[in-house]
Design a protein around this ligand. Structure first.
Ligand code: CAA
Length: 258
């Protein structure tokens, strides 16, 4: 598969990397680039040799938001009928874990896309924000919902109403990102983390991601029941048998991802 606005590679065993490559527009997210991102992620999701993905941009910009030039002439009906933004849910349906490796600008839809991933590894230069109000609109891909759940109401209000940007260190402090590294290290560290996660038994990995995400969607009672169901299901996998036998035998497990 060849893409025009993204690059894909497998930089380490078990790791699929998708890199936004629209530098002239700071990786602004138009319908074309988002479709390519979703297609590439779905392809890695289907690929048995890949167990964890990394989504990254450039050192200067993860993504500076949805493409304002594309949206400038669009009406409410155009936006509603166009599907471009509805399609963003495709990223959240990817079953394997995705790590966003963020440097520079992660604004508007860029911040929202990073938050759709399962973890965020940031460079020291990363800047997170939801500036939509400054162009007369509001976040439309999770910025009022995922951000509020991540950093709490007071700060989410300030970011979305007052166009406050969070530095990487602030984002770490408030729980939006997992880790912060120097500019020359963040991508390798994200790949290392993906390699580590990708080296875990694959069915358990998918079920754990699914269950953690359900914590956002379900009541505690429903979520606990969902977790228990996945927990019991894993006892039917070959990796459960191998993992427990390897522990008893005091040897490393050989995962089959089955
Ligand atoms: N859409 C389209 N083009 C964009 C863009 C965007 N979101 N962000 C940057 N670009 C383009 C610029 O227009 C410019 O192109 P030209 O050279 O052709 O003029 C190029 O990228 C470089 O940008 P700047 O010259 O502005 O770079 P800078 O370093 O001076 O500033 C910036 C960087 C602060 C990120 C600034 O570009 C900016 O404010 N961008 C817009 C951020 C924004 O408002 N994002 C929210 C979009 S709406 C949204 O995302 C809705 C949603 O919830 C889904």
């Amino acid at each position: 598969m060849t893409y025009e606005m993204i690059l894909t590679e497998t930089p380490a065993p078990g790791v699929g990397l998708v890199r936004l490559n629209r530098p002239q527009a700071l990786n602004a997210l138009n319908g074309h680039i988002t479709r390519e991102i979703f297609e590439a992620m779905e392809a890695f999701d289907r690929d048995d040799s890949v167990r964890c993905m990394v989504l990254t941009g450039s050192d200067k910009a993860f993504a500076a938001g949805a493409d304002i030039k594309q949206m400038e002439d669009m009406s409410a009906v155009d936006m509603f009928a166009g599907q471009d933004f509805t399609d963003w849910a495709r990223l959240t349906r990817v079953r394997k874990p995705i790590i966003a490796a963020v440097s520079g600008w992660a604004l508007g839809g860029g911040c929202e896309m990073a938050m759709m991933c399962d973890m965020i590894v940031a460079s020291e230069t990363a800047k997170f924000g939801q500036p939509e109000i400054t162009i007369g609109i509001m976040p439309g891909a999770g910025g009022t919902q995922r951000l509020t759940r991540a950093v709490g109401k007071a700060l989410a209000m300030e970011i979305t109403l007052g166009n406050r940007h969070l530095t990487a260190q602030e984002a770490l402090q408030y729980g939006l990102v997992n880790r912060v590294y120097p500019l020359d290290a963040y991508l390798n560290e994200a790949i290392e983390l993906a390699k580590k996660i990708g080296g875990m038994p694959g069915v358990a990995s998918v079920m754990i991601k699914d269950a953690v995400n359900k914590a956002y969607e379900m009541t505690l009672t429903e979520g606990l029941a969902f977790e228990k169901r996945n927990f019991y299901l894993l006892f039917g996998t070959e990796d459960k048998a191998e993992g427990m036998k390897a522990f008893v035998d005091k040897r490393p497990a050989q995962w089959k991802n089955k």
